[in-house]
Structure formats: C-alpha cells, structure tokens
Design a protein around this ligand. Structure first.
Ligand code: SAM
Length: 327
C-alpha cells in the first residue's frame, strides 16, 4: 500500500478496547464513559481486519487500547495473529500499562510476541497513583519482571509531564537501562478534553538539553517509521527515544495507520478523517469491498498532523481520546 505522498504503509496499530483499568490524567477524564460493548468489533472481526491488512502489505502489527489486556479472551487474538508471523507478518507487538502482564507474559510469548512497550511515567508509588488515578505500581513492576523472565524485550514509554515527573527522568533512564530496557520519552499530545494539558506540556528539546549535561547522547540511525528519534547513552549503553509530535513531527516517513476498537480506520493520529471499516466488514463475507475501502482510505492519508498546544487555544485539537484511537 502506498499513499499519495509515496509512503509505504506497512504498520498497523489496532485498538482492541477503549476500556482501561487506569485513568491517566493526561489521557482520560476521571469519569470517562466507555463505549457500549455492542459497538466493539468482535475478536473474530478484528482478526479478519488484520488479515486483510496483512494481505495488503502490513508487516508489523501492534495491539493497543484502552488497555488491551483487559479485553476478555484477547490472548485468542494474539494466538491467531501470531500464527501469521513468518507468513506475511514480521512482528506482533503490544502496548500495555503492565497491570495484567504478570498473568499474560507467558501466553503472550507463546503466541509469538517478543517485544512489549510498557507505559510507565514514574517509579514513585504515590505519584503513580495520582497520575493513573487508581493504579498500583507494585503490580506493574511485577508485570515487568514477569515479562522479562518470560523472555520478552521491554521498552518503557514515559510521558514527560511538566512539574509532575520531569525531575524523575534521569532516575527512570538509569533504572530502565540498568534492567536492560530502553526508554522512550513522549510529549503530551492534545487528544481528548482533559484538564491542565497546557500546564503539563513539557517540550522534549528542553529535556534533551538537560540530559546532555549528565549523559553523552549519541544519535542512533535506528528508525521505526514513527515519530521517535533514538540515541545511544554512552554512560549506560542503553537506548533513549524522544517522541516529539509537537516540537518536531516526522510525518514524511510515516508508515502507519490505526484502527479503533469500533473499526474506524484513522490514517493519521492527529487528523479527524477516518473510514468506517466496520460497516464494510459486516456488509459482506467477501473481502472485496473491504479491500476497496482500505485502498480508498489510504489514498486519503494526509501529509501530516498539525498538533498544537497553546495557552490561548486551550481546546483539544482532537476531540477523541488516545484511548479510543490507540496510542
Ligand atoms: N493502556 C495501554 C498503555 O498504557 O500503554 C495502551 C494505550 S495508551 C492510550 C498508549 C500510550 O499513549 C501510553 O503510553 C500513554 O501514556 C500514551 N498517551 C495517552 N494519552 C496521551 C496523550 N494525550 N499524549 C501523549 N501520550 C499519551
């Protein structure tokens, strides 16, 4: 699949639920209303959609949410998709908050998953509870231990929040690298209506300058086709990523599209245009219409997003929350 700007689309992110056991302050409102279950694609429908994308050239799949591991029987989907690794699919990965990893690490590995991104913004149990509004840090740490013991390679994703966890970044870096895990820092994006977005926004170039006073950051050629840029930290030997959708976007090399748990295909995380694949999927058992709908949507992939966080424009650029589209 090639979009009008010549970019090859080979990476699909699939949200399997909008539900989550956390309510992270930058992601959701405290009293988040979730979709009625009937609106969600069934696991079989999700598998059929993914299979259609694999046939069209998608080689990497990332399962996300909401919290993907709270979706009932989700391991079935991992098993079905994992069976396609080596048969069109190169990699099946997962983004999780880690709360259920202790239970699911072994089945995930058995299904063919080898790399997991765990979202973790602090190592302070009190702060963790405040950021997630309900999470238990010890469960996440136990999940990370179980995942490492199962043989999964882990990358920690940390949203950098001004005045909340910015002072912890060097400690998180040392901790992650000492445990053989990479760390990626993320700028908070204006998705969904949450309080204090403007105050929480911390531009990562500033963080990088501060880190460079303590560490030697050597630019790494490693690219994933996503918005991250990677550095090797000479003192730790580990890898540090920066995801900077606000200060720099790297849309020119974007290779991805996203499906929500209701089957809406978003060609860009930071734009509102979408294609309703659920009705196409349900209209016919043949994949012909689905193939056509995917082609039409890819032909509309925009050049890039225009995220902006501005004090004088506090309304979110995107009405939908990250938990719906899948981060
Ligand atoms: N529940 C899973 C998790 O915690 O990783 C998967 C879904 S979560 C929406 C995916 C990622 O998006 C997490 O790393 C989360 O921190 C991040 N995220 C959520 N809202 C965000 C926002 N407004 N800006 C930047 N990152 C955000």
């Amino acid at each position: 699949m090639r979009d009008p700007f010549g970019r090859e689309i080979s990476y699909l992110r699939v949200s399997v639920t909008d539900r989550c056991d956390f309510r992270c302050v930058y992601c959701m409102s405290e009293h988040m209303e979730f979709l009625p279950r009937a609106e969600l694609l069934s696991l079989e429908e999700l598998e059929r959609l993914c299979a259609a994308f694999i046939c069209k050239g998608v080689r990497r799949l990332r399962i996300t949410g909401g919290e993907p591991l709270v979706r009932r029987n989700v391991i079935w989907l991992f098993e079905r998709l994992g069976a396609r690794i080596g048969d069109g699919l190169d990699e099946l990965t997962l983004t999780t908050n880690g709360s259920q990893l202790a239970r699911f690490a072994l089945p995930l590995y058995a299904a063919g998953v080898r790399r997991v991104n765990v979202s973790l913004d602090t190592l302070d149990a009190g702060k963790f509870r405040v950021i997630t509004r309900r999470g238990d840090l010890s469960k996440v740490l136990a999940g990370i231990d179980a995942a490492r013991a199962a043989g999964l390679s882990i990358k920690i994703n940390m949203v950098a929040l001004r005045g909340i966890n910015e002072d912890e970044i060097p400690h998180m870096l040392d901790w992650a690298h000492n445990h053989g895990m990479d760390l990626t820092l993320i700028e908070t994006m204006p998705m969904g209506d949450v309080e204090h977005r403007v105050e929480q926004y911390l531009p990562l170039p500033l963080v990088r300058t501060r880190l460079e006073q303590r560490y030697t950051l050597e630019e790494s050629p490693h690219r994933t086709g996503g918005p991250a840029r990677y550095f090797r930290v000479a003192e730790t030997g580990g890898c540090l990523g920066f995801i900077t959708p606000l200060t720099h976007n790297f849309c020119e090399s974007c290779n991805r599209v996203r499906i929500t748990c209701t089957g809406m295909l978003y060609m860009c995380l930071g734009q509102n245009d979408s294609a309703d694949l659920r009705s196409v999927l349900r209209a016919s058992e043949s994949d012909m219409l689905l193939d056509e709908a995917i082609d039409e949507a890819i032909a509309r992939k925009p050049k890039g997003h225009d995220f902006i966080i501005h004090r004088r424009r506090p309304a979110p650029a995107m009405g939908r929350h990250m938990s719906l589209t899948g981060g």
